[in-house]
Write a protein that binds this ligand. Structure first.
Ligand code: ATP
Length: 230
């Protein structure tokens, strides 16, 4: 098999004196879609924050594409090729759609035109301010902005949270298209019915520790009940 694109080994992290991660382990190979799962407050977003350099790691390793980046600044990690669609979208409200998309764009396969063809709702609204978009459109803008950084790894943290069913389906369709095109993706989402069919590997967190890893069809009722409360 190829070298891992992302390797998280025995990761621990704190918010001040409060320890949130104890022993997180996670591997993503190029072209894989990996789902990071667990009940509320188990450490999924914190793991993403450490991988993206938004929170320092206390111990353990984060290796991305051959670079140790556990202590690296977030802008350097972004340059290595991690594109984050954060929980809550965080678009720049007072910039237009076009400005939001281009603010961190880099040269590569993903251009403004290609993003607009993947996300046609955006192409109709390029000169509109981001704060005039609906929640679903803002989510698409966050996805488009991350793609324009031409990421080797795209991270989607709760990308369908709080959206209308029809928009959620649109986003799942977009994610499936990206997977088919070979994009490596780390997904956090609570909608198992949509998540599992496009996932290659599941990683389950419980109180800041990886407690189970496997393929979606190995995620039996007992494991779902124990770690996901389903
Ligand atoms: P959710 O599904 O609710 O988003 P999660 O699995 O992403 O949950 P995290 O947000 O990573 O969980 O939280 C892990 C732990 O860290 C929780 O105990 C949470 O209360 C704590 N935590 C998260 N953010 C902070 C913060 N900024 N300061 C202090 N503690 C935090």
């Amino acid at each position: 098999m190829n070298q891992p694109l992302l390797e998280v080994i025995k990761l621990a992290a704190h918010y001040g004196v409060s320890q949130a991660l104890f022993d997180v382990n996670l591997t993503i190979y190029p072209g894989q879609v990996v789902a990071l799962m667990g009940r509320n407050g188990m450490g999924k977003t914190t793991t993403v924050n450490v991988v993206c350099g938004l929170l320092g790691c206390s111990s353990g390793e984060v290796n991305f594409n051959g670079h140790g980046c556990g202590q690296m600044a977030s802008y350097k990690i972004a340059r290595l090729g991690i594109g984050l669609v954060p929980e809550g979208r965080r678009c720049f409200a007072n910039l237009t759609v076009r400005e939001n998309l281009l603010v961190a764009a880099t040269k590569g396969e993903w251009t403004l035109a290609k993003v607009c063809s993947l996300l046609p709702r955006l192409s109709e609204r390029l000169d509109q301010y981001a704060n005039t978009l609906s929640g679903g459109e803002q989510q698409m803008l966050a996805i488009g902005r991350a793609l324009l950084t031409n990421p080797k790894l795209l991270i989607l943290d709760e990308a369908t949270e709080g959206l209308a069913p029809v928009i959620r389906q649109e986003i799942w369709h977009i994610v499936a298209n990206l997977k088919q095109a070979g994009q490596s993706i780390l997904l956090i989402d609570k909608s198992l019915a949509e998540l599992l069919p496009i996932t290659d590997q599941c990683v389950l967190l419980e109180r800041g520790c990886t407690v189970w890893q496997g393929e979606p069809d190995e995620l039996d009722a007992d494991i779902r009940d124990r770690y996901l409360g389903i």
